[in-house]
Design a protein around this ligand. Structure first.
Ligand code: BES
Ligand code: MN
Ligand code: ZN
Length: 448
């Protein structure tokens, strides 16, 4: 945790391109720690984040908590990376320990006066959005049921000026969102559909739609997961948590744009009222769906949420985020987020935003040949294809419900969460990935 302050501190942290990894010195009675960024020509935003995190953690290990970070020429325009490195490098999910131990560091930034204060605040808000996403995604399933999550969303986003509506099981049924209820009814912890409206430009009818998968626990239902697979399903609501993080930044930064967020929140449990493979459900869209694998539940709840976004909220484009497939984890590990789109321009704009924010995404294809895998003997469509191309098939299923609106699907199953520490600033657990990218994409759209 970081408190950003203004006064001069006891330790100075700076950066260099020399070979020597860490250089320690004293000047005017101030301890100076200088951390290497590696070779100048190989500098990446990840290296900056890691060097910042490393420097702060070295200082913390000396039991010192008052730090001046000198941006110098090297990092003068890289302060977003500095904030990310500092906040994520010192992040620890507080959890449910009886005694908590982590101590905040107080950091002030020394620059040459060129930092625009408002831009600095906007960047800080992006990282705050990431922290919100991380904290919520890290919460255990029993502490964050659909009902609790829906209330947290309402409280948090109403506070920053959004309109929040929570639809309960009966409303969902009335709207014929039978896929959402088919999954939600597997649990006594009731499903919710949360709709958030941010109106930053009342003069425009245009709206961006964000849709996030909010499975608070995923047992796989009758397609029960293995003991290993069951351990970390609390992150299956990361799509929804990421959407909340993005909405929080948009609202805090008062973007002149309209965004509507839709989050279906359900548990996917094994119970007397769970679906059984072979069951057929009629979606809100009208298409009938044969459910051949109950563990492919994310695409089902997203399908109805997207129909609702298109027909009831009348959004002009859709960006959905979901921890959708193990297949994307096999493809990219925890390095790239997989993206899929029916619109080259939109996919390109989001890729540009990702590059700018130092996040890695890669577009995978959609193709009519994959649609054949979803042809069902008894219904309009089935919810799984064959044993191969799982992430693409998942995206293809969702595509059936977007009604030709420009759409991007981000499969974040590999990048939203990992159990162990990956690097100095990637300390394990939820990551907040894609909050910066999608915020940036939306911010860029305002100026167009
Ligand atoms: N939430 C999972 C995807 C997942 C798996 C995320 C592993 C992170 C790690 C999703 O609901 C799921 O179970 N997908 C199945 C789909 C399959 C049955 C077609 C999968 O990927 O195994
Ligand atoms: Mn599943
Ligand atoms: Zn799932």
């Amino acid at each position: 945790m970081v408190n950003w302050t203004k006064n001069k501190k006891s330790v100075k942290l700076k950066f260099h391109f020399e070979k020597e990894k860490v250089i320690q010195s004293m000047k005017d009675e101030q301890l100076i720690i200088s951390v290497s960024l590696g070779k100048q020509k190989n500098l990446t935003s990840k290296k900056i984040k890691n060097a910042v995190a490393k420097g702060i953690n070295i200082i913390k290990s000396l039991n010192l908590y008052e730090i001046d970070i000198e941006l110098g020429e090297i990092l003068a325009d890289k302060y977003f990376e500095v904030i990310v490195g500092a906040e994520l490098g010192t992040y620890k999910y507080k959890g449910y320990h009886q005694k908590s131990s982590s101590k905040a560091v107080n950091i002030s930034i020394i620059d040459d006066g060129s930092i625009d204060e408002e831009e600095w605040e906007r960047k800080k808000n992006i990282v705050k959005g990431m922290l919100l996403t991380k904290n919520w995604t890290n919460m255990p399933g029993n502490k964050l049921t659909p009902e609790i999550l829906s209330k947290k969303i309402k409280y948090t986003l109403t506070n920053v000026g959004c309109e929040v509506e929570i639809l309960d099981k009966a409303r969902i049924e009335k709207l014929k969102m039978n896929l959402i209820n088919a999954i939600g009814n597997s649990s006594a912890n009731e499903q919710k559909l949360v709709v958030v409206r941010y109106t930053g430009d009342p003069s425009s009818p245009k709206k961006i739609g964000l849709v996030g998968k909010g499975i608070t626990v995923d047992t796989g239902g009758y397609n029960l997961k293995t003991a290993e697979g069951l351990k970390y399903t609390k992150d299956d609501m990361a799509g929804a948590a990421t959407v909340v993080g993005i909405m929080h930044v948009i609202a805090r930064n008062k973007l002149k744009i309209n965004v509507t967020a839709i989050m279906p929140l359900c548990e996917n449990r094994l119970s007397n009222s769970s679906l059984i493979p072979g069951d057929v459900i009629t979606s809100m869209n009208g298409k009938t769906v044969e459910i051949l694998n109950v563990d492919a539940e994310g695409r089902l709840i997203l399908a109805d949420a997207i129909t609702y976004a298109v027909r009831n909220e009348k959004v002009d484009e859709i960006i959905d985020l979901a921890t959708l497939t193990g297949s994307i984890v096999s493809t990219f590990g925890n390095v790239y987020t997989g993206i899929f789109s029916n619109n080259a321009k939109l996919a390109k704009e989001i890729s540009v935003a990702a590059k700018e924010m130092g996040e890695k995404i890669w577009r995978l294809p959609l193709d009519d040949e994959y649609k054949e895998k979803l042809v069902s003997q008894v219904a309009d469509i089935q919810n799984i294809g064959g044993p191969t191309a799982g992430a693409i098939i998942g995206a293809t299923f969702i595509e059936h419900f977007v009604e030709k609106i420009p759409w991007v699907h981000l499969d974040i199953a590999g990048t939203d969460f990992y159990p162990g520490k990956l690097s100095e600033y990637e300390t394990g657990g939820a990551t907040g990935a894609m909050v910066p990218t999608l915020y940036k994409y939306i911010e860029t759209k305002v100026w167009q």
